[in-house]
Write a protein that binds this ligand. Structure first.
Ligand code: NAP
Length: 282
């Protein structure tokens, strides 16, 4: 069998960001107000600091204002809820990104729920999960939303296909499966308690790897011709899929890096402009 075609997330993300920048400029021209994303960071975890900086840089390039709120690591759930409620009520802020993880002392669900649904551009609230799972308009979790865009870009229609999602985290695996189900895939979730992962993966027309274990899924685990989406990002730029063996068996595959990764920020910025358009039209 010939090698799989690569799904180029870098190129697609660049196109989405270009279009997003045009829409941001148009909105600013029409209303005199630029879209604004508030980024909230608790503590100084180096990876989180880097992610937030990347998001701010991309905002600047796209004509989106970013308002950064840096809070000390010792911030309580109550204080964080207060900050998020203030941002939710502030008409100058159109989208809110709360960088996670935030530390074990914070009640993650309580703080996410303090984000107003109309500003939940990172798709982390129960309201967003509900619209995602019913396939209704609303904000999607950014990485799963980016995965769906990649599938669409490469002409993969999930309807009727068997999709196996490995991982069930609230920000990635679970919503990825919900979005695939909403598009009529037959979805199986695998996780750390799954008994025979290889057997489940072998059934899949579409595999989404969202685990955080380097090269967990190997070429021999795949059904020939499967579409392989590797959302994993592990030390040394390694995904959750063993690329070298998987590329020999799949029909389409995302590289790491340059596959799913760039789609996350593109989706975040696109949804920030969506949010600003809705709020400024109201
Ligand atoms: P997470 O919260 O740690 O969740 C990992 C999931 O994998 C859990 O559901 C866990 O099962 C499951 N799992 C762990 N070991 C397993 C095994 N041996 N077999 C099957 N399932 C197993 O991680 P996450 O935040 O979803 O992130 C997953 C990966 O995606 C990481 O590499 C992360 O860096 C990457 N990521 C990338 C982006 C991006 O590209 N922009 C965004 C977010 C995350 P249990 O639920 O049973 O514990």
């Amino acid at each position: 069998m010939s090698q799989a075609r690569l799904m180029d997330g870098t190129a697609l993300a660049a196109r989405i960001l270009e279009e997003t920048a045009k829409r941001a400029a148009g909105l600013t021209g029409r209303t005199g107000t630029a879209p604004c994303l508030a980024t909230v960071l608790v503590g100084e975890d180096p990876a989180s600091v880097t992610y937030v900086k990347m998001k701010q840089n991309r905002c600047r390039k796209a004509g989106i204002i970013s308002r950064h709120v840096a809070l000390p690591a010792a911030t309580t759930t109550e204080d964080l809820v207060g900050t998020l409620r203030e941002l939710s009520a502030d008409p100058g802020v159109h989208g809110i990104l709360l960088q996670h993880p935030m530390g074990d002392h914070i009640d993650e669900r309580a703080v996410f729920e303090a984000i107003a649904p109309e500003k939940d551009v990172d798709g982390v609230t129960f309201a967003s999960f509900a619209t995602m799972s019913f396939g209704l308009p609303g904000f999607v979790s950014c990485t799963p939303g980016g995965i769906m865009r990649l599938l669409d870009e490469y002409g993969v229609d999930p309807a009727g296909k068997r999709a196996v999602v490995v991982g069930r985290s609230a920000i990635l695996g679970k919503p990825a499966g919900m979005l695939l189900l909403a598009r009529d895939a037959t979805v199986t979730y695998c996780h750390s308690r799954t008994r025979d992962l290889s057997a489940a993966v072998r059934e899949a027309d579409i595999v989404v790897a969202a685990v955080g274990r380097p090269r967990l899924i190997r070429g021999q685990d795949l059904k020939p011709g499967a579409v392989v989406i590797d959302a994993g990002y592990n030390a040394g730029n390694v995904g959750d899929v063993d690329f070298d063996s998987a590329v020999e068996r799949a029909s389409l595959i995302t590289p790491v890096p340059g596959g799913v990764g760039p789609m996350t920020i593109a989706t975040l910025l696109e949804q920030t402009v969506d949010a600003a358009e809705r709020q400024l039209a109201a």
